[in-house]
Write a protein that binds this ligand. Structure first.
Ligand SMILES: Nc1ncnc2c1ncn2[C@@H]1O[C@H](COP(=O)(O)OP(=O)(O)O)[C@@H](O)[C@H]1O
Ligand SMILES: CC(C)(COP(=O)(O)O)[C@@H](O)C(=O)NCCC(=O)O
Length: 420
């Protein structure tokens, strides 16, 4: 399996311009004034920023690519449309359209990521920051532990320098950006019902961000760049996939998800009813169907692993991990009096059983007071945050402004298609 690529996101960016003083390439910020020599534009058509989040399980890549078939005429029409909206926009400014692409790779198959970057020529088209020495190579924003672990590999194989950004900074920046800028980013999921949540950007904080990657980080977010990682657990997505692989012999994460969807956890989990002779334990609010002990039935039956269907094992495991995360998340929200908990990370993958279990756990423990919400771009928070950090280097509001501008298009849910 090669790259897994998400549906692209249409957005506009401004033309690149030549900084004549330094003779260096840089991308101008939004609606930068066009240089006197418009032929300079073509020199920068190849510049397309990209960013990486290299996690314990997956590498997430976000890259921008200019739309090749955007004629000047089209661009000017767009400008005309925007003139009313953007105060400093004049006919001297040109917007080039492009798309933001999302892709992911398994970290253990990092060579596929390197091949993909090469095939797209991204290693030749990153950015050089204005403050970087003239002879420096392509610099790419990178977050996640792998930004440290694989820095030499990227340098050696692609001649690319990874400019490291803190993982928590990036997760928070990515989440804040998506929640503020993208309509239909957040949604609830319960009993098979997905409902989008309208977020008022002026009333977003505080909230708890729970990122379920290989492990789980719980972050109290109070504002842009204002956050504290308040908790975490090592029982996360890596645990589900790792234990699931050992217990079911599944060869891929998707196979495990598909399998667990068909399973019945009651075959293995010990339910309250199993202990109470089919009755609820009403006094403490536990129904007969509630899980009293995950995998608990396996202790009392004289069975081996092979006697259980992998589907049921997978389902039990999914319930165990999701329930546990939902409960710890709620307890943290309770600690700070938060009602809103957003769950991200690629463990979720838009998977209904995981979302449903997390939602039920949050609802159960909070007695309906708190709500679990999920993000459409759940797995790309860190990568988007890293991408956004280009702004610090004079690349203007490359992302924020344009995604906000194009927010009416709503970023598509990241449906990952296997390229080959
Ligand atoms: N194709 C996949 N391969 C492996 N794990 C996947 C895949 N899709 C989703 N996952 C789940 O997502 C988790 C990784 O989530 P992610 O947010 O990318 O974290 P990390 O940054 O630690 O890699 C895995 O541990 C696994 O549970
Ligand atoms: C160490 C990590 C931040 C790395 O992020 P990841 O690659 O899992 O997305 C994460 O795995 C984590 O928060 N683990 C939980 C560690 C703990 O608090 O017990």
């Amino acid at each position: 399996m090669a790259a897994l690529e998400a549906a692209p996101v249409q957005l506009g960016t401004t033309e690149a311009q030549l900084d004549n003083d330094q003779g260096e390439a840089r991308i101008g910020s939004n609606f930068d004034e066009r240089g006197p020599d418009s032929s300079a534009i073509s020199s920068f058509d190849h510049i397309s920023p990209w960013a990486l989040d290299i996690g314990g399980s997956l590498i997430k890549l976000v890259y921008f690519s200019r739309e090749d078939n955007c004629s000047e005429n089209d661009a000017m029409k767009r400008i005309a449309k925007k003139e009313g909206e953007v105060s400093n926009c004049s006919k001297n400014y040109r917007v080039l359209d492009g798309k933001l692409y999302f892709a992911k790779f398994e970290t253990s198959k990092i060579n596929e990521c390197l091949d993909f970057i090469q095939s797209k020529q991204l290693h030749r088209s990153g950015c050089r920051f204005q403050e970087a020495p003239v002879n420096n190579n392509t610099i790419v924003k990178a977050t996640g532990g792998g930004a440290y672990k694989f820095a030499d590999l990227f340098k050696e194989k692609l001649g690319v320098s990874l400019d490291k950004e803190d993982e928590m900074d990036c997760l928070v920046a990515g989440a804040n950006f998506l929640l503020k800028a993208v309509p239909h980013e957040a949604f609830t999921y319960m009993d098979g019902q997905k409902e989008f949540v309208q977020i008022n950007p002026n009333d977003l904080f505080p909230y708890l961000l729970v990122n379920i990657g290989s492990g789980v980080s719980m972050i109290k977010v109070d504002g842009d760049g204002k956050y504290e990682r308040v908790s975490g657990t090592c029982v996360g997505g890596g645990t589900f996939w790792g234990l699931g692989r050992l217990l079911t012999n599944c060869k891929s994460f998707d196979e495990l998800l598909e399998l667990s969807h068909r399973g019945n956890n009651r075959v293995i989990d010990m339910l309250v009813g199993d202990i109470f002779g089919g009755m609820d334990y009403a006094k403490i609010g536990l129904s007969a169907t509630a899980i009293a002990s995950s995998f608990g039935k396996a202790i009392s039956e004289n069975k081996e692993l092979e006697d259980y269907r992998p589907e049921d094992v997978g389902r039990s495991l999914l319930r165990l991990i999701s329930n546990n995360i939902g409960q710890i998340a709620y307890l943290n929200a309770l600690l700070f009096g938060f009602k809103r908990i957003f769950f991200g990370g690629f463990f979720i993958r838009g998977h209904e059983d995981a979302m449903d279990t997390i939602s039920v756990a949050v609802q159960f423990w909070s007695k309906g007071e708190a709500k679990a919400m999920f993000l459409s771009h759940e797995g790309f928070l860190g990568a988007l945050g890293a991408f956004k950090s280009f702004e610090k280097h004079g690349l203007g509001n490359l992302m924020a402004h344009h995604l906000v501008e194009h927010s009416s298009m709503a970023l598509p849910h990241v449906e990952l298609n296997t390229l080959c």
